[in-house]
Design a protein around this ligand. Structure first.
Ligand code: NDP
Length: 493
């Protein structure tokens, strides 16, 4: 059923000035799913004013009071599990099997996690001397702008919103134009849970207007962003005028290293998951495979055989595991990388084309695609594809594997597959990435920090570290001597 939402400003659901709307298309079949208002700078000003006004009361609540509201949001999410899952599947194309069993329950769990962990947030007392009390307190930043991508429309909002809210900030969320509806539904759940008016505002509309107006706004203290590295660079530049904090979770080009002693069957299972989960539209997707020459052929054969079995089709069918790319232009971009890989001389081992079935014909599907015989100088081995396309290359020594993995502008994640965990740990220490998995790829928990280095960005989502991202540390000094003259005043006497 079609969903036509309004945007949330100051606790009211309203249309954008001028009444313009964004149409949302189901990438699995091209059908119209619904629409959202196309906001502009006017709505950004209104939302910022509402968030500024709501801030003092929200920041003065106890951590316990805010935590309890987060727990209600968590319960509200599970109460609407099916509706949220169907909406996300319809607007983003991720199969219902994943949105029902993974995205929505994880969103609820994230709110639970933030509700609990924030209550352990502490300051410090600093042992300067017996004549004073010197301590730090943690305070919210103020109004924060949260700009989110389309690959996990609900989860990427929750990662940032949960942490920002519980620590006492007021928020303006700018979801992706390709898939804004799940975020607006989450807004309804947030309001039902008792979040006061103005504490959470949601504005839909183009990144170039709504997103940039938020980034430039002098009353927005921080931008939490997940998305493309090019957009992240622009946000950094624009944010500098107001010396705004930015948290950037950007692209990745993640290495998957299979050592000579690896358990090939485990590595193949991990490879299929790492490469094709969410149709490869994951910043941490396994993308560059470096396989020891002694087991390259065995690995390639088994990886191709296992990937061939992945079922691509009707995204509302619980048996489907591979959905379409999220929108037509993105499908075209992914196909461009496939053409580029062929032109560069890589050997096509699997896929490389659209499926041709009645369920997929009208959607933006591309089959899981594996290239062999790749080298790091091929463009598709260097740029983020964000689709179900991977390349396999050979190496002969651990040093070479590390050098290949580090030969990238990105530094988000990598995995090493080996039975020798000691050797794996030594390699992990040499790889420049925010996360290195050993005998696993793409597993992320609430408790584990997430964020990269190099052009994958900075700052952390998740874990207790995200609490630092949405608070500032204030130092407070109290004189306990009660005497007017201090030894250090002598310097002016
Ligand atoms: P973008 O970075 O353009 O979009 C992410 C978010 O930023 C969206 O909400 C978008 O709004 C907004 N945005 C866009 N431009 C600006 C701007 N100038 N100022 C402020 N906000 C802005 O990514 P795309 O959706 O265009 O995807 C492009 C590529 O980025 C993908 O093919 C993929 O390679 C990569 N990507 C990486 C992600 C990751 O997690 N690492 C996530 C998503 C994409 P709007 O939707 O209205 O444009």
């Amino acid at each position: 059923m079609r969903k036509d939402y309004k945007v949330l400003i100051g606790g009211e659901w309203v249309e954008a000035a001028g009444g313009r709307r964004i149409e949302v298309i189901n990438p699995a079949n091209g059908e119209k799913v619904g629409s959202a208002p196309e906001c502009g700078a006017e709505e950004v000003d209104k939302a910022v004013s509402a968030a500024v006004e709501a801030f003092p009361a929200w920041a003065s609540k106890t951590m316990g009071e805010r935590s309890k509201i987060l727990l209600k949001i968590s319960q509200g999410i599970m109460a609407h599990q099916e509706e949220l899952a169907k909406l996300e599947t319809a607007e983003q194309g991720s199969p219902i099997r994943k949105t029902m069993n993974f995205d929505v329950p994880l969103c609820a769990e994230q709110f639970e996690y933030f509700a609990g962990v924030a209550r352990a947030l502490t300051g410090e007392t600093l042992p300067v001397g017996p004549w004073c009390l010197s301590c730090t307190v943690r305070e919210p930043l103020g109004v924060v702008g949260l700009i989110t991508p389309w690959n996990f429309p609900a989860l990427m909002v929750v990662w940032k919103l949960g942490a920002a809210l519980v620590t006492g900030n007021t928020c303006i969320v700018k979801p992706p134009s390709v898939a804004p509806l799940t975020t607006l539904k989450l807004g309804e759940i947030v309001m039902e849970a008792g979040v006061p008016a103005g504490v959470v505002n949601i504005l839909t509309g183009p990144g170039e207007s709504v997103g940039e107006a938020l980034v430039k706004h002098p009353k927005v203290a921080k931008i939490g962003f997940t998305g493309d590295t090019a957009t992240g660079k622009r946000i950094m530049r624009l944010a500098s005028d107001t010396v705004k904090q930015v948290g950037l979770e950007l692209g990745g080009k993640n290495a998957f290293i299979v050592m000579a002693d690896a358990d090939v069957d485990s590595a193949v299972e991990g490879a299929v998951f790492g490469a094709f989960f969410n149709t490869g539209q994951v910043c941490a997707a396994a993308s560059r495979f470096y396989i020891h020459e002694s087991l390259y052929d065995a690995f390639a054969e088994k990886f191709v055989a296992a990937s061939k079995k992945l079922r691509c089709g009707d995204t509302m069918d619980m048996g489907t595991v591979i959905g379409p790319l999220a929108y037509e232009a993105h499908r075209d971009k992914v196909e461009g990388y496939i053409r580029g890989a062929k032109e560069a001389g890589a050997t096509l081992l699997l896929g490389g084309e659209r499926p041709d079935t009645p369920e997929t014909r009208n959607g933006f599907f591309v089959l899981p695609t594996i290239f062999g015989g790749c080298t790091n100088d091929m463009t598709f081995m260097r740029e983020e594809i964000f689709g179900p396309v991977v390349g396999l290359a050979r190496f002969s020594t651990p040093e070479e594997a590390v050098a290949l993995a580090n030969d990238s502008n990105y530094g988000l994640s990598a995995s090493i597959w080996t039975k020798d965990v000691r050797a794996g740990l030594a390699m992990a220490g040499q790889i420049k990435a925010g996360t290195v998995w050993i005998n696993e790829h793409l597993i992320i928990f609430c408790e584990t920090p997430w964020g990269g280095c190099k052009q994958s960005g900075w700052g952390k989502d998740l874990s207790t570290m995200v609490l630092d991202e949405y608070t500032t540390t204030k130092h407070i000094y109290v004189d306990l001597t009660g005497v007017p003259e201090k030894p250090w005043y002598a310097i002016l006497k």
